[in-house]
Write a protein that binds this ligand. Structure first.
Ligand code: 2P0
Length: 343
């Protein structure tokens, strides 16, 4: 399972003025939880993820030199408020680096079904970083794009890359970037996404990770153990040991949720329905099916299993998910520019 290079890089003198890029979501198997620098989006720990092959985000950036402000269109609707502000703040960074004052029209189509419970900030800022870099004529090198995407949302740094990626926490803007991680072709994994509650979250991940770092006595022990989890995970990926990959991912995620439960006040994302899905995965394991869970800043559960077992795992968690949707994903492609003909 090789890392797919970005298919197109554009030298600076070739600012295109208009560019369209596509990127996919990623799910962390070793979690990012906590920042050492909130302005630069430097994480406290390294993290490692699998890019998915479902629910791409496609983003077109068109420079509008005559316009007085940026325009953001999200799934055909004019965006305002915080979502539009985050995109304008990101474009300000791009303009500063490109030495440009041109405003832009950003048109984003996100294919995650409403309520699918998969965050779109990772695929969204990865696609925006690639499209905006081309439109404004910035460096299209994958590392530069990963560093830039990080400034929109930390997890976006990993969606630049196909299959598995590690995000090095680093110590400054230059040293904090993601890159592909070696994994055996024997792994052949699937992630079954069980949507147990698609409602809006009560505490944003940004607020929750800050509170956890500031108040949870379990945070530092988890951060330390996460470093060990990451090196164990890398070795398991190389030897194609999906059982070990799953075990490590599950303990890392449960540990992250433990840090939040010990925060003051506690942050609890897992619901009774999440725990019912967790129990159904334990049942699968007792029946000899290789399956492990990971959960993010919400109640949905993702189950890592062999691709050959994905339908069976999906049927089991669908029954446990109490009417929630279930999606099956495999390892997905890296972010890339679209050539005009593809649109
Ligand atoms: C992750 N999550 O590694 C972790 C695990 C949620 C739990 O990255 O503040 O939207 O924009 O950098 O990337 C969600 O946080 O946060 C996240 P910001 P982001 O996938």
């Amino acid at each position: 399972m090789g890392a797919e290079p970005l298919t197109t890089t554009l030298p600076r003198e070739r600012a295109t003025g208009t560019a369209t890029a596509v990127a996919h979501p990623n799910i962390a198997l070793i979690k990012y939880w906590g920042k050492s620098d909130e302005t630069l989006f430097l994480p406290r720990t390294d993290s490692l993820s699998m890019t998915l092959d479902i629910f791409p985000t496609t983003t077109r950036v068109r420079l509008a030199p005559a316009a007085g402000e940026d325009t953001v269109v999200f799934n055909g609707e004019h965006a305002t408020g915080e979502p539009a502000h985050r995109i304008t703040a990101f474009l300000d960074l791009v303009r500063e680096r490109a030495g440009s004052t041109d405003r832009a029209v950003v048109d984003t189509v996100n294919t995650v079904p409403t309520g699918a419970g998969l965050a779109s900030s990772a695929s969204g800022f990865a696609a925006l970083a690639v499209a905006a870099s081309a439109a404004y004529g910035l460096d299209g090198d994958p590392r530069a794009l990963s560093r830039l995407a990080r400034r929109g949302s930390g997890s976006a740094s990993r969606s630049l890359f196909a299959d598995f990626a590690v995000w090095h926490a680093g110590t400054d803007d230059l040293s904090s970037y993601a890159e592909p991680v070696e994994a055996s072709a024997d792994l052949d994994p699937a992630l079954v996404v069980a949507v147990v509650n698609a409602g809006p979250k009560e505490v944003s991940s940004r607020t929750a990770m800050r509170r956890t770092m500031d108040t949870s006595p379990l945070y530092e022990p988890w951060a330390l153990s996460s470093a060990a989890d990451l090196s164990d995970m890398r070795a398991a990926l190389v030897r194609g040991d999906l059982a070990a990959v799953g075990e490590i991912a599950e303990r890392n995620a449960l540990g992250m949720h433990a840090t939040m439960l010990a925060a003051r006040p506690a942050v609890r994302y897992l619901s009774p329905a999440s725990l019912t899905v967790l129990d159904s995965v334990l049942e699968l394991r007792r029946a000899g099916v290789l399956a492990h869970v990971t959960m993010d800043a919400g109640p949905n559960v993702k189950v890592l299993c062999r691709r050959a077992d994905a339908d069976r795992v999906a049927a089991t968690v669908r029954a446990a998910a109490q009417g929630g949707a279930v999606h099956i994903a495999g390892p997905g492609p890296g972010a890339r520019l679209l050539i005009e003909d593809e649109r």
